[in-house]
Design a protein. Structure first.
Lengths: 376, 302, 543
């Protein structure tokens, strides 16, 4: 309770300070500058609202804004630049907000449709997660996210098993073991490979790996979570390698020398000193790779069967049905109404999961920075 | 890691250098090359040259270091004394641009030859760095790190499981090493705390304890007291003095009083990476042969 | 430790030991190579080499390798070879071997002897526990070689004895059927045993102890690095080899060989003839074309990139300027940081969904080039912010202070000092980001799309498309508001169009691979340019 009070009063003082600063600013800047900034802000807001409302008159405030900005740059340069850069910063946050709002709003109809009564209370969206049947054609029309979540988990687990250990080992190689010449060649090579478009991976997987797997394991049809996972893991590998390498490089040389000077082998120094010291950075790298794997779309879309069902048995990774991402990519064309909204539900799940992972890895990295900073 | 190992002597040809009072470096050197000491030479360095890229950091250094004594290396910043120190346990190999020519023998065995086991060398020639660099582990783990990694002490989960744990032995070793480093009384109650929580002077003494725990024959110290307050410095000086009974200590310092207080013999490096004079510490500070050394130790330059 | 014996710096008496261990390591390498080749059906398992079937040959080699590893360990224990082992191989090795032998025991009991669940679990526990103890209890030389060598020996005997022959298959009996066949199991098992024994012999080569572990670990780490580079290189090489024939079809060089182009500038028209004819990148798809190509998709990709850069770079750089130069560090900058990082890791398909819901209704209700540009711009924005910020933070404060001390305003300082110094970093970041969005399929899938085989007439002409209208918004560009194609989308459409839809492109497979190659070249050249720029600026900085 007391902490909230403190927060509250802190807020108040901050607010008062803002006000005071605002008044000082208004006194200092003069009416002309103030008018320019106000007009610019107003027209920009109007343009945004106009765009949101799909008005063809949006062009008017846009024109006003351009003229104001040009005038302001000529007359009150410092202030205008400050206001303009603030506007660009705000737009970054605005885009994230808009994404959140729009996909949630679009997803809502299906969430509402899938409400289930539990003890007399209607829980929206519960049916999406408690039953496993996806049928968008014949009544009763049922949407379920369970098969796709299962698919995404399968692919992500396999991809992490591929990209995690191999990526960390490769990062160790690049940062600690490789001779300088090899590092000079391999490092940019790995970075370039991070750029291979996922659809190219998917194409090779579709034409080479899928038929091969189907043949080797005597499967019915093509498309396996196992090999989609392997391909996605390969795709995430360069990301994991380069981020983990950076983390390993940030371990102070004095610490490594300290260990080597005691007569330990390079490998002992790596496993006992370097890796533990860089642990949070390395795990952030793996987390980043996991995020990449969850959001990967195209390879999964072209390699999977595209039938939203659970595999039988559940751990049967030799069959690949559908993931959250491939569901969207495959069905956006013929979907409308509730089904389209169901695709947005898949988008929301992806968005939230990856956002959580991103925030988590940032937290881990911040902790690492403060820890290593304290040592140096 | 591949090293350029060249044990043949390769004298640099840019001699003789004119010194301040007109005598050549060659003449100055003739005074101390014959420096005789009682007992065995632990380390024998001959014609050591170190280059960092195009930078000639150490020029044709020859010196013999007696065992169970303290040898101080003094000189102004950038004179190559740290480079020299790092050549004695091949830590310069970590620097990619470094090229080392010449010979260093540990008890008569060349350390710059093919097939030298660097791990074995560094077990025998320990090192304490200028800035304290404890590992981000507990105090106990820091001290026991070397012996554990060398396999002298087994304390893993498996060793416990099999009832072969050397915990008792480790406890004794940790106590002994910390006592030697005059740190035991200060940390006896918090051996399991993170070493990074110690003060700078304590950290440095921990690093010394860590080096002693591996029982080296030679201990190289690179300005171990440079970042410390006077009290911590005097503790470390006492410690170095005591260590000379068992170990061969080579210490780099830019503090001449310190060198005079703790060392048995002193080598003076001057700018450009050359060794100008090497003699008993008393001789160096009271009656140096070289005018440049006299100017340096009396504070006229450097 | 006090009292420990001093060993000489150079270990001289190891040549024989090294030779034995090196032979084992060589054998392991050979088997590893055989395994890789066999896995991808380059060598058939039934084909005989010198009259012996490959399976039998591999089995024999495995027995040899396993025998070598085991005898080395035993030899070391009995003191025939000089090594420096620890009292135990360690908990990690013991757990790993325990698990391996748990699986081996379980499989043999259930598959070969047909025991039930209780039976095979008991057998697996016995073998697994046995292997754990065998690794943990004896000295390291025995503990790390015996279990590894035994697995290899067993695998070799199974192949030799024909228990797993070329036609062997094990149906897992799942509702969705799947089987392990010899074609997969034999190479995989060979690879696994080669790795295991290779590790054990590398340890032996290092004389066990700390340096033995070092050697064993380095073998695996080097192999891993080699494999990653190999796989990724193979991927690129494969695409190039498959794509080149289609890409270079009827490619001719010579004066006047190519089509005519007209450039209209300031009222004067300049007509010239290309000095080469490259139909795949100069044509669309048309009935009358000899060779059909992907020109509309290339042009579409270029316009997408241009549009995204025009949108994201001013916004991103502006935000970075505000965050580094104007804003005080606090909650607000932190929130922006979290938001940009979150935006950067948001899956591309979510951007697609957003574009579909937000942009399409606002640009005439249909998929359009403009929606695609903006969607990719949203994706590019966070990267521009992040890299520009990093570049600006790297500009030393002295520069700013020096400029401000001269009485220059803040914005002039930023414009004349900070931005030029940060430019290399910003440019590099933008190029790398462009490489990434140029290859993205998912966002444009929902916002721009296009066709499978796009006729040349659909090549977007954005510059020529601008026109003035009488009603608001007064300026219109129908080219921006209609769907066109882009390389990644076209490749996706070609893949999903199936076998039947061949259009009139003759050899559809060749067409697909050539499209993939063009995409790869376009994207990777962005990356290559970005990375080279960075190395260039970095090396200039260090001079």
């Amino acid at each position: 309770m007391s902490s909230t009070d403190a927060d509250y009063s802190g807020w108040q003082t901050a607010l008062r300070r803002r006000f005071r600063r605002g008044r000082e600013f208004a006194d200092e800047a003069g009416p002309s500058a103030l008018a320019t900034v106000l007009l610019g802000t107003g027209s920009l807001l109007a343009a945004f609202v106009g765009f949101l409302l799909v008005s063809s008159l949006t062009v008017v405030p846009v024109a006003v804004f351009v003229v104001t900005a040009a005038y302001g740059y000529g007359r009150h340069q410092e202030l205008t630049v400050r206001a303009l850069t603030l506007a660009t910063t705000a737009s970054t946050i605005l885009i994230l907000t808009l994404i959140t709002v729009f996909i949630f709003v679009e997803a809502w109809p299906t969430v509402e449709y899938a409400s289930v009564e539990v003890f007399g209370v209607s829980v929206p969206g519960l049916r999406l997660f408690v039953q496993t049947n996806w049928d968008a054609v014949s009544p009763p029309i049922r949407y379920s996210m369970v098969p796709m979540i299962h698919g995404t988990v399968m692919v992500t687990v396999v991809a992490t098993l591929v990209a995690g250990p191999l990526g960390v080992a490769a990062a160790l190689f690049l940062s600690e073991i490789a001779p300088p010449l090899v590092r000079e060649v391999v490092k940019p090579g790995v970075e370039i490979l991070a750029g291979i478009p996922s659809i190219v991976y998917g194409f090779v997987g579709f034409t080479v790996l899928s038929p091969w797997a189907s043949d080797q394991f005597e499967l019915l049809g093509q498309g396996t979570y196992l090999f989609v996972g392997v391909v996605v893991g390969l795709m995430a590998l360069p990301t994991v390698v380069s981020v983990a390498e950076d983390a390993l490089n940030s371990v102070p040389e004095s610490m490594k020398s300290g260990s080597l000077a005691l007569g330990t082998t390079d490998w002992q120094t790596m496993t006992s000193i370097t890796l533990p010291a860089a642990f949070s950075g390395v795990s952030a790298a793996v987390l980043l790779g996991v995020g990449r794997a969850i959001g990967e779309t195209m390879a999964a879309t072209v390699m999977l069967k595209g039938v939203p069902k659970l595999t039988k048995p559940l751990y049967n990774a030799f069959y690949g049905q559908e993931t959250l991402t491939s569901l969207i990519a495959r069905n956006y064309g013929e979907a409308d109404g509730l089904q389209m909204s169901a695709l947005f539900v898949a988008g929301v799940i992806l968005f939230i999961t990856v956002l959580l992972i991103s925030v988590g890895s940032q937290y881990v990295e911040a902790r690492m920075r403060s820890k290593l900073g304290g040592e140096a | 890691m591949s090293e350029t190992t060249q044990s043949t002597t390769e004298r640099s040809t840019d001699q003789p250098l004119q010194t301040t009072n007109g005598e050549t470096a060659e003449e100055a050197r003739s005074e101390w090359v014959d420096y005789q000491f009682d007992g065995q030479a632990k380390l024998a360095v001959e014609s050591l040259d170190v280059h960092y890229g195009d930078d000639h950091a150490l020029k044709d250094v020859s010196i013999e270091i007696p065992e169970e004594s303290v040898t101080a290396l003094i000189g102004p910043s950038g004179c190559g004394k740290s480079t020299f120190l790092r050549s004695l346990n091949r830590m310069n190999d970590r620097i990619e641009s470094a090229r080392i020519d010449g010979s260093v023998a540990l008890e008569g065995e060349e350390i710059y030859q093919d097939g030298v086991d660097l791990v074995e060398l560094r077990k025998r020639v320990g090192m304490v760095f200028q800035a304290p660099n404890p590992f981000p582990k507990s105090i106990r783990d820091n001290v026991a790190y070397g012996p554990r990694k060398h396999g002298d002490i087994e304390t893993g989960a498996l060793a416990k499981l099999l009832g072969r744990s050397d915990e008792e032995q480790e406890r004794e070793l940790v106590e002994q090493s910390l006592r030697q480093a005059a740190l035991w009384d200060e940390v006896v109650d918090r051996l399991d705390d993170n070493a990074l929580g110690l003060s700078g002077g304590q950290q440095q003494r921990l690093c010394i304890a860590r080096a002693l725990a591996t029982d080296p024959e030679v201990l190289l110290m690179d300005e171990p007291a440079s970042a410390l307050d006077p009290i911590a410095t005097s503790k470390i000086e006492e410690l170095i003095h005591d260590l000379a009974e068992e170990y061969t200590v080579v210490i780099v310092t830019h503090n001449m009083q310190q060198a005079a207080r703790i060392s048995d013999q002193t080598a003076v490096f001057l700018t450009g990476g050359e060794l100008v004079e090497y003699d008993d510490t008393d001789e160096i500070f009271e009656d140096p042969e070289s005018q440049r050394v006299e100017d340096y130790v009396s504070g006229k330059f450097g | 430790m006090a009292g420990a014996t001093r060993s000489a710096l150079v270990d001289e008496d190891t040549t024989h030991t090294d030779a034995v261990a090196a032979v084992a390591a060589g054998l392991a390498t050979l088997l590893f190579a055989v395994g890789v080749v066999a896995l991808f059906d380059v060598v058939s398992l039934t084909d005989p080499i010198a009259g012996v079937p490959v399976v039998t040959l591999v089995g024999g080699l495995l027995v040899l390798l396993g025998g070598a590893v085991v005898s080395f360990g035993v030899g070391s224990r009995l003191g025939f070879v000089a090594t420096d082992p620890r009292p135990t191989a360690g908990l990690i090795a013991a757990t790993a071997f325990g698990l391996i032998w748990f699986v081996v025991g379980g499989l043999v009991a259930s598959q070969t002897f047909g025991l039930g669940t209780v039976g095979w679990t008991a057998a697996a526990l016995v073998t697994g526990g046995g292997a754990f103890l065998l690794t943990a209890l004896p000295r390291e030389d025995v503990g790390s070689t015996l279990p590894a060598g035994a697995v290899t020996l067993l695998a070799g005997l199974v192949f030799l004895g024909g228990v797993i022959g070329p036609s062997w298959a094990w149906n897992l009996g799942w509702a969705q059927p799947a089987s392990f066949t010899a074609g997969f199991v034999v190479p995989t098992l060979t690879l696994f045993c080669a790795l295991l024994s290779g590790w054990a012999s590398a340890k032996a080569y290092g004389g066990f102890g700390a340096s033995g572990r070092h050697a064993g670990a380095y073998l695996l780490v080097y192999l891993n690095a080699l494999a990653i580079v190999g796989v990724l290189f193979a991927l690129v090489a494969f695409t190039v080899v498959e794509g080149l024939p289609g890409l270079l079809r009827e490619f001719t060089v010579g004066l006047g060989a190519g089509p005519e182009s007209t450039i209209a500038l300031f009222g004067s028209e300049l007509t010239f003839t290309w000095p080469f004819d490259w139909p795949f990148v100069m044509n669309g798809v048309g009935l009358l074309n000899d060779v059909n190509g992907v020109l509309p998709a290339i042009v579409g990709t270029i316009w997408l990139v241009v549009g995204a850069v025009l949108f994201a770079v001013p916004l991103g750089v502006g935000a970075a300027v505000f965050l580094t130069e104007y804003a005080e560090r606090g909650r607000f900058t932190q929130a922006v940081e979290v938001a940009t990082n979150g935006l950067w890791s948001t899956p591309s398909i979510v951007f697609g969904l957003f574009g579909y819901a937000f942009l399409i209704p606002r640009f005439g209700g249909g998929k359009s080039l403009l929606s695609g540009m903006l969607t990719l711009g949203f994706m590019l924005l966070p990267l521009v912010v992040i890299t520009s910020r990093e570049a600006m933070l790297a500009v030393p404060d002295q520069y700013r202070d020096a400029s401000v001390a001269l009485g220059v305003t803040k914005w002039q300082t930023i414009r004349s000092v900070v931005l030029p110094a940060a430019l290399p970093g910003v440019v590099t970041g933008v190029i790398l980001g462009v490489g990434r969005i140029a290859g993205e399929t998912a966002p444009i899938l929902l916002t721009m799309a296009g066709g499978v085989f796009v006729p040349g007439s659909q090549t977007a002409d954005v510059v020529g498309g601008f026109e003035f209208t009488a009603s608001p918004p007064f300026v219109a560009n129908p080219e921006l508001l209609q769907a066109t194609s882009a390389l990644p989308y076209q490749l996706y459409a070609l893949i999903t169009a199936g076998v039947g839809a061949s259009g009139n492109v003759g050899n559809p497979d060749q067409f697909k691979w050539a499209t993939a190659l063009v995409l790869l070249v376009v994207v990777l050249s962005f990356y290559a340019v970005g990375i080279v720029t960075r190395y260039y600026f970095r090396s200039k900085l260090h001079e």
